[in-house]
Design a binder for this molecule. Structure first.
Ligand SMILES: [Cu+2]
Length: 653
């Protein structure tokens, strides 16, 4: 058996192909490093000896509690490293928040939080499936659907993010249906639709079984057995770095070209980048204190009684095993370096996660700059550094990239793939109204016989604590406005009008092609050679806004999706765009609640929240597994440098 410690802590350095590093190292080397194995065990032991734990108490979240930002910014190697953990526990239907001082082996606080539901755990789902498949009402309903061999049946009462059933206001409730993976490798697309189960996850009681009719069992997607067929003419395409990677990692700090940054792999939100700096003229300049995903929201467009509970807040509702899962050899290039990570078990012990992220350089497919003059082409090739993770949320897989460019830009990208969620229907071909009556609205696409993929949205909120040349920044909107011109050959041009957002409500912004604007985070106290304040902008790519009515109860929980940009004053506890607790939520937590106070955001430490999203009208090509669909946005310097920082790049990429 492989010694995990060796794999985790020792650089397997004979070849970069197999190099595997622990993102967090054997002992923390920096206050923002992820919790280590020893630290998980300390937290576990402190909780176990606290006198509060019973056999049924579940650790539903265990995360690093970041030290105070002002202390981190002055921290230097050799200083003591403050280490604390935040734990959310489920204690017989009650939600408890605990904080543990790791260095002192001390429980700092243990407090019940009324009116909220902790994230759902795997054992709750496993237990309920066992209970359900022994329940006489479920057995009878499944028999009615022709399913009598229950050995391959799983009934999963999944979490519900918004209030669908009155029971949710006082109890820990799951709701869902059964799948039969008999004859298949996995259960997606194998739903025994028609049988629905409402369950109390605390008392392990099935509250209600509904059988609303007979739906034929769905076909088997069988994608895992797809032949890998060589394409004629395909020749090897190799990218190698025979002399090793062009970056270094020293005590957890990644240095590549002029970039410096740290990262940890957080069980709730995945990669958390910290202390992102750019070396400019020998001086390290701050760009971003912290950047990470904050929340995800995937509402389905099916209003029918048995499906309308499906609106997922994927980062916060179910944390077990962590949001990100291992990446494989087809996810990252052969020369990539892999990083291991840890996630908590339901007892707060560490669970080792191999290959949880990969890091690699690649030659960009376009020049950093070029100009052709008099037949002479001047220019420079460019390369990029990619930190890649993969979130796996039930049926969906998301590739999550942070891409560092040589020109000072960070590109943040999400690639959506995995299996679209289908509802079993009687039809084996598109119903006539889909073909002929275009006046009738549709809510999905028949991707295979009996498999109706429901349309839905995907929204990702990114929390971006930009610290451009220091923590105190302002948010400036540069609006492009039409200008009338008279007495000239032109009658109309446009001009840029800048305004500083004074308070949060000035900075809740939407994209509008008719009213373009630049979203510009400036340091009003630092100016470049030309006199402009130094800055970085958040530059949207193709994205979407939720136009589901704001009073829709699911939309209230994912309310961050109504706007592309929010800006808040930095508050260490404001980390998740829909709040900490998204199960059975009444909604309007997180960004809408915080910004209601309309706090001042001028010349202070501010945090930008960008929503990347897309509407997913499912295509037949999205079955049985969706081709990866990428969306991105840029964090881009604006007057941060005095000129193009890639002028002096070498000619070798
Ligand atoms: Cu989708």
């Amino acid at each position: 058996m492989m010694d995990k410690k060796t794999l985790c802590y020792g650089l397997v350095a004979l070849s970069t192909l197999t190099a595997s590093l622990c993102a967090q190292g054997p002992a923390p080397q920096h206050p923002l490093d992820g919790l280590t194995t020893n630290e998980y065990w300390t937290v576990h032991d402190v909780l176990e000896h606290s006198g509060h734990m019973t056999d049924s108490t579940l650790v539903t979240s265990l995360l690093l509690h970041e030290p105070d930002k002002t202390n981190v910014l002055v921290w230097k190697a050799g200083d003591a490293i403050p280490r604390e953990a935040d734990v959310i526990l489920e204690a017989e239907g009650k939600t408890v928040e605990a904080r543990v001082d790791i260095a002192a082996h001390r429980l700092e606080s243990w407090k019940e939080v009324p009116g909220v539901q902790a994230p759902i755990t795997q054992s709750e789902l496993d237990t309920m499936s066992e209970v359900a498949t022994k329940d006489s009402r479920v057995i009878a309903a499944l028999k009615h659907h022709g399913v009598t061999d229950l050995s391959s049946v799983r009934c999963e009462p999944i979490p519900i993010t918004f209030i669908v059933f009155p029971e949710q206001t006082s109890r820990r409730i799951g709701y869902g249906n059964c799948t039969d993976r008999h004859g298949a490798y996995h259960a997606w697309g194998r739903e025994i639709d028609g049988v629905y189960i409402l369950a109390d996850l605390t008392s392990h009681k099935i509250l209600q079984v509904v059988d609303h009719g007979m739906v034929p069992p769905a076909g088997i997607p069988d994608y895992e057995e797809a032949d890998a067929t060589p394409l004629p003419g395909t020749k090897p395409l190799l990218v190698t770095q025979p002399f090793g990677p062009g970056y270094t990692i020293d005590k957890g700090e990644v240095t590549w070209q002029n970039w410096h940054f740290r990262f940890r792999l957080d069980p709730r939100v995945g990669a958390v980048l910290n202390l992102v700096q750019y070396k400019d003229g020998g001086k390290l300049r701050s760009v971003m204190y912290e950047g990470s995903l904050s929340e995800m929201y995937v509402p389905y467009m099916e209003s029918g009684e048995w499906w309308n509970s499906r609106a997922f807040l994927d980062a916060g509702e179910f944390l077990m095993g962590g949001l990100i899962r291992p990446v494989g050899p087809d996810d990252c290039p052969a020369h990539a370096q892999y990083f291991t990570g840890l996630a908590p078990s339901e007892k707060g012990t560490p669970v080792f996660e191999p290959h949880l992220a990969c890091l690699f350089e690649h030659a960009a497919d376009s020049p950093a700059w070029r100009h052709s003059e008099g037949g002479i082409i001047s220019g420079r090739p460019s390369r990029e550094l990619v930190l890649r993770t993969a979130a796996v949320v039930g049926n969906y897989d998301y590739m999550l990239d942070w891409v560092f460019q040589q020109d000072g830009t960070i590109r943040v990208a999400v690639g959506a793939t995995g299996i679209v969620e289908t509802k079993a229907v009687a039809e084996t071909t598109a119903p006539s109204q889909m073909n002929h009556d275009r006046a009738k609205p549709e809510y999905g696409t028949l991707v295979a016989p009996n498999q109706f993929a429901i349309d839905h949205d995907h929204y990702f909120s990114y929390r971006l604590d930009l610290d451009v040349d220091g923590p105190n920044n302002s948010f400036m909107v540069d609006r492009l406005v039409p200008q009338k011109v008279s007495g000239q050959a032109r009658t109309s041009i446009w001009a840029v009008e800048s305004s500083i957002a004074k308070t949060e409500k000035d900075a809740i912004l939407d994209l509008n092609l008719r009213k373009p604007a630049m979203w510009h985070f400036i340091n009003p106290n630092q100016h470049g050679a030309a006199g402009y304040p130094t800055g970085y902008e958040i530059m949207p790519g193709a994205t979407a806004v939720s136009f589901v009515s704001p009073d829709d109860p699911a939309q209230k929980v994912g309310a961050f999706s109504e706007h592309q940009l929010w800006v808040t004053p930095y508050r260490p506890e404001e980390r998740y765009a829909s709040g900490v607790y998204v199960n059975s939520s009444k909604g309007l937590e997180g960004l809408p609640a915080w910004t209601a106070a309309n706090r001042a955001i001028e010349n202070t430490d501010v945090v930008g929240w960008y929503t990347l999203g897309f509407h997913h009208v499912v295509r037949e090509e999205d079955w049985p597994v969706m081709p990866t669909l990428w969306h991105d946005f840029l964090i881009r310097p604006v007057n941060f440098f005095d000129q193009n920082p890639t002028m002096t790049l070498p000619h070798q990429p």
